[in-house]
Design a protein around this ligand. Structure first.
Ligand SMILES: Cc1cc2nc3c(=O)[nH]c(=O)nc-3n(C[C@H](O)[C@H](O)[C@H](O)COP(=O)(O)OP(=O)(O)OC[C@H]3O[C@@H](n4cnc5c(N)ncnc54)[C@H](O)[C@@H]3O)c2cc1C
Length: 403
């Protein structure tokens, strides 16, 4: 009788969207994934994420769609998107969810929770990180460290998947220093959950204040308090990380004396946690070596302006599983096919992120004005389309709904 080939083992570094997607994909292909996560426990919560059709399809492919809780705010006239002009006047606006493709509103934690439910049985080691990776012909030897105890041990895997985010340790260890791959966008973000909606707005409303070089976004959600995003442009990224974050943000947004901005900044002081970081894209000529592959932000971080990071992380993980299943005896061919299939999608979205950045936070007063004109035009065209679809006689202005 022929002996069954032992199951191939993959080390997946990172318990985020990309890591769990890759683990599900690999398990589906018959592999045994082991996930290591630097944090002591699984994170929850997170900021607003728009999930595009490609991400929703990947969720179906991964078998997590039924667990995915979406929070689209529009319901019976509530959940409008508003923009505020320089005089503080409130206008119906096109919100994030009005983009082509009709992204679904979720929290990052909603996607992670759905993935987590589907990785039952996968070994997850918290407080664990790789410190060295040596690739051989037959396998990759990884030196792992328990960050609590400092204990180190070696283990061999058929494949190492670096899904450890924008400042990936796997990428640094195997491919080289961050500076070689991180492109700087001279911009900062701060994302957090509001305790409550801005006074005088409906609970699910979204609010956009996009000024030259600085912008405040409030994303309304169904069945959850809104989340906020502060973003601004700066040439001195290092300086932004010194001193108190709240004081820095108050200084950056001073002069935007609006009740919405005041409410958001006050909420930041009370928020249990927030994400404050510089904005980058990861650009790499190739995402894998013989036995190490990068997925998600570690490989191609498209950044928040693209709105495609979660979508591409899901898709990347699902596609990795499909590629190794299609080439069960040839890992090199599987990784080639995976990258060839994914690269055009990533390149296209990395490019359009520059344009989308202007929509999030215009680079100048002129760009701010152009943005306002463009959005007004699109709203009018959309209004006409809706009127035609409804068989109405004239083209009413869009009523400010987000979807
Ligand atoms: C404010 C904001 C808004 C966004 N909006 C959208 C949106 O609308 N639509 C969209 O599609 N995307 C959006 N994104 C992007 C999206 O959230 C990310 O692209 C996606 O979550 C990346 O997932 P990831 O798994 O690749 O990386 P991460 O989420 O960074 O996860 C990496 C994991 O690896 C762990 N880790 C790190 N280093 C190590 C190590 N050395 N050892 C072990 N573990 C390690 C981390 O703790 C973490 O758990 C947004 C991002 C931000 C910041």
């Amino acid at each position: 009788m022929r002996k069954r080939a032992p199951q191939k083992r993959a080390l997946v570094v990172g318990l985020g969207i990309a890591g769990m997607s890759a683990a599900i994909g690999l398990r589906w292909a018959g592999w045994t994934p082991v996930i290591v996560e630097r944090a002591p426990e699984r994170r929850t919560g997170g900021y607003f994420v728009g999930l595009f059709p490609e991400g929703r399809q990947a969720a179906v492919d991964l078998g997590i769609a039924e667990h995915l809780h979406t929070r689209n705010p529009v319901r019976e006239g509530s959940g409008n998107a508003w923009s505020l002009d320089r005089r503080g006047r409130r206008r119906p606006a096109l919100g994030f969810l009005d983009q082509p493709g009709g992204p679904a509103a979720v929290l990052r934690g909603d996607i992670e929770a759905a993935l987590w439910q589907s990785i039952t049985g996968v070994e997850v080691r918290f407080a664990t990180t790789p410190v060295a990776i040596t690739e051989g012909a037959a396998d990759a030897q990884v030196l792992l460290e328990n960050t609590d105890t400092g204990a180190r041990y070696r283990e061999n895997f058929d494949l190492v998947v670096g899904a450890d985010g924008m400042r990936s340790s796997v990428r640094r260890i195997v491919f080289g220093p961050h500076e070689d791959y991180l492109t700087t966008w001279n911009a900062m973000i701060c994302a957090f959950q509001l305790k409550e909606q801005v006074p005088s707005y409906e609970a699910r409303d979204s609010i956009i204040i996009a000024r030259a070089k600085r912008a405040v976004w409030v994303f309304g959600l169904a069945d959850h308090a809104p989340t906020a995003l502060l973003t601004y442009r700066t040439r001195d990224i290092q300086e932004q990380f010194s001193g108190s974050r709240v004081e820095r943000l108050r200084a950056v947004f001073s002069g935007m004396d609006d009740p919405v901005v005041r409410h958001v900044l006050d909420s930041l002081e009370e928020a249990p946690d927030h994400l404050f970081d510089s904005v980058h894209q990861v650009k790499m000529p190739r995402w894998s070596t013989r036995r190490v592959v990068l997925v998600g932000d570690a490989a191609w971080c498209m950044n928040l302006y693209s709105g495609m990071g979660a979508t591409s992380s899901l898709r990347g993980g699902a596609a990795l599983g499909a590629a190794v299943a299609e080439h069960p005896d040839d890992l090199g061919a599987a990784l080639d096919a995976w990258e060839a299939g994914l690269r055009p999608f990533i390149t296209k979205n990395q490019r359009t992120a520059r344009l989308k950045q202007q929509m999030f936070v215009p680079s100048s007063r002129r760009a701010e004005a152009v943005r306002a004109v463009l959005i007004g035009l699109v709203r009018r065209v959309r209004g006409r389309q809706l009127a035609t679809e409804a068989g109405g006689p004239q083209a009413p202005a869009l009523s400010g709904t987000s979807r």
